[in-house]
Design a protein around this ligand. Sequence first.
Ligand SMILES: [Zn+2]
Length: 453
Amino acid sequence: MFDLKTIIDRPNIPWKLIISAFSIAQFSFESYLTYRQYQKLSETKLPPVLEDEIDNETFHKSRNYSRAKAKFSIFSDVYNLAQKLVFIKYDFFPKIWHMAVNLSNAILPVKFHMVSTVAQSLCFLGLLSSLSTLVDLPLSYYTHFVLEEKFGFNKLTFKLWITDMFKSLSLAYAIGGPILYLFLKIFDKFPTDFLWYIMIFLFVVQVLAMTIIPVFIMPLFNKFTPLEEGELKKSIENLADRVGFPLDQIFVIDGSKRSSHSNAYFTGLPFTSKRIVLFDTLVNSNSTDEITAVLAHEIGHWQKNHIVNMVIFSQLHTFLIFTLFTSVYRNSSFYNTFGFFTERMTGGFIDPVITKEFPIIIGFMLFNDLLTPLECAMQFVMSLISRTHEYQADAYAKKLGYKQNLCRALIDLQIKNLSTMNVDPLYSSYHYSHPTLAERLTALDYVSEKKKN
Ligand SMILES: [Zn+2]
């Protein structure tokens, strides 16, 4: 039978070249998309459905903002690609791995030395994530303090930017550490039949994340204030009552602390009560009817089971990844090319001491790079599913009678966020999780108030 494992475990396979080529191909494809979008931004006419809605000044500003973002995305793509190629070419993986081994030997009691690949892997990831935060620092700084600042969106102070970064890193160590520990332990305990254990584990992690992040983690970054009694609260509660939405609490968060972009969302597992979260930027600048219309759209996501769909889809995706991973797992040619010492013993027998040199985490990271073409294709599929969900949620709000208010809210958000007006179809089918405003208004059969008069 066709045995993928043997086919891809030959010493002459140029893995470094293959992974570099995949990265370059992805970069070229994405740059081509950005180029197409950039061309689209030179158009001086709005899509017809927006003509009566967007004034010239907003259109002009939005084009400049979109252009600035497109240019920056090319720059950061080049930066990331260069980083990756340098990493591969100069064997940074084994170098950092050896640093991690030394570090874990320094921390752990002597009797565990040479034993705990799991501890070494955790040190490795700690080093790697600190390093990548450091390397990404200039990009993050530019995004907030130059790009967003220039268009008046940035509300971050330098101090808040730094504290956010430390908070995120500490959380990554505190929460990501134990999760990774268990993840690696599963491979340790079930070296040949890890697939189902990993699947169950990741499913539990996903469910826990959906429960814990909104309630315990997000309040570390934003202040959640219960929405005060009044017209808006009544209006949202009436809507929830009307459609049987299990509303628990409504919060307003100080999104304006970081950015003046607006938003609204709800959180909570399927079959449990939900909390609705509104950005202060939305509450402060939109009418009650418009905000209720936005929530009618959000409730549409719940009504149509979009969250359950997405969880199922992401589980299937994970299943595919780990099924494929079983073929690369313990592939000596793979580890060898990337500078890890492995030795194949005669007769296909692998010495248990030498197998210690197959750090699973390294294999998994490199394997993820091999998946680049698959992941690019997957991004088209995910964006398509997500956009379909958005259309359905819009249609749901329309059915409840919120068409005009939803359209007005969408137009208003588009103007405030200076979102791109003219969008290349190929670019958006890859990058956009939401249909464009013009597409949404058209699907909603929107007729401009100005045209009606
Ligand atoms: Zn939506």
